[in-house]
Design a protein around this ligand. Sequence first.
Ligand code: MN
Ligand code: MN
Length: 442
Amino acid sequence: MFSFCEGYKDYLSKAKTEREAVRIALEAAKSNGFFSLTEMPVGSILSPGSKFFIEWRGKVLLLGVVGTAPLEEGVRLVGAHVDAPRLDLKPMPLYEKNSLALFKTHYYGGIKKYQWTALPLALHGVIMLRDGRRIDVVIGEDSGDPIFTISDLLPHLAKEQLKKSLDKAVDGEELNLLVGSLPYQGDDKVKNKIRLAILQLLNERYGLVEEDFITAELQLVPAGPARDLGFDRSLIGAYGQDDRICGYTALQAIFDLMNPKHTSLVLLIDKEEIGSTGNTGAQSRFLEYAITEIAARNGMTNITNVNRILANSKAISADVTAGVNPTYENVYDIYNACYLGHGVVVHKYTGSKGKYDANDASAEYMGQIRDILNHNQVIWQSGEMGKIEVGGGGTIAKFLAYFGLDVVDCGPPLLSMHAPLEISSKVDVYMAYKAYSAFMAS
Ligand code: MN
Ligand code: MN
């Protein structure tokens, strides 16, 4: 359990964006013998035990191991998301005010905005240059790198701010990133010399002009590596555990999978945090496309086959849930709550209020999942995320269910979900790995 989590922490420390999560997963897959399915000529046939991948736009990765059973019997799919809440740069981010240079940001996903001020942030992402080259950016992770931050108001002058409700205390337009303070040393007549000096520096160092910010995806994430937490080192404190905790454990599970009966797939998908929209989200038709490509290499070219494979499949929506926070116990129904260190959670449904937007797994499927977990010594728990009227949330489960397949939510509980520092238990990390392994082998 402890040694398993060393690899997990390393992944978290390096994979802080969906692109990085996919790139590192792909490198690991290749070194574990996975090959590009789409580079295989149509007409060539996959054989049991073959390991393949389909990468999609640098932000989605599907890994597969071919089973011995006919593909029409369906696949075993574990789907996790690799995007995480963060601050994106606006298309025109740079401005100067009161002798400081700042970037405007636009938050991505469900954050408590006040949590993102006064902490070290790193800049990750890609920039497309005018000559078509793409540069990858990571600034703020090495100890010699500068960091960035969003400055907060000092308590001495925060009398009015402190009267505001938490969701209003820091406004979206107030999440402005400090990026510099030295003025341009040339022509005395130019205005905004600090802004100009930053542009000059970016041009000298990276060959950037201001317009290149428009053709970029730059994300601010908490700087620094994942760490052990607690005297006993039983917990992990890190950014982005929702949902790379499931991504990593699912990856390890498929790497270790030997000769499965059913073709097993791990899907690392993007855009869950903003509703699974867009061409790299779970609401896109990527999965149908991927199954079509797999079916074609099993001698099937008819769209009916694709629908049949999907409908006969079984899936786990691998995502995190809320562990009970001892300080805020009142938001949980303690008879239906999940606890850190009590194993991986199986949620029959998520959603909110009267189960709106839920995928509600059938009793039959819950029974199948229970058998798999119990027969493989997986420590697991069940319950709901929190009290009915307090809130709720969703996962990609309902978008997988769209194909008619059976799907259930299964993943570790976290504390401080969506915060810059999320907390997991090493027990639950390991049990997620065991659960996904057992499921894919079933
Ligand atoms: Mn999630
Ligand atoms: Mn989330």
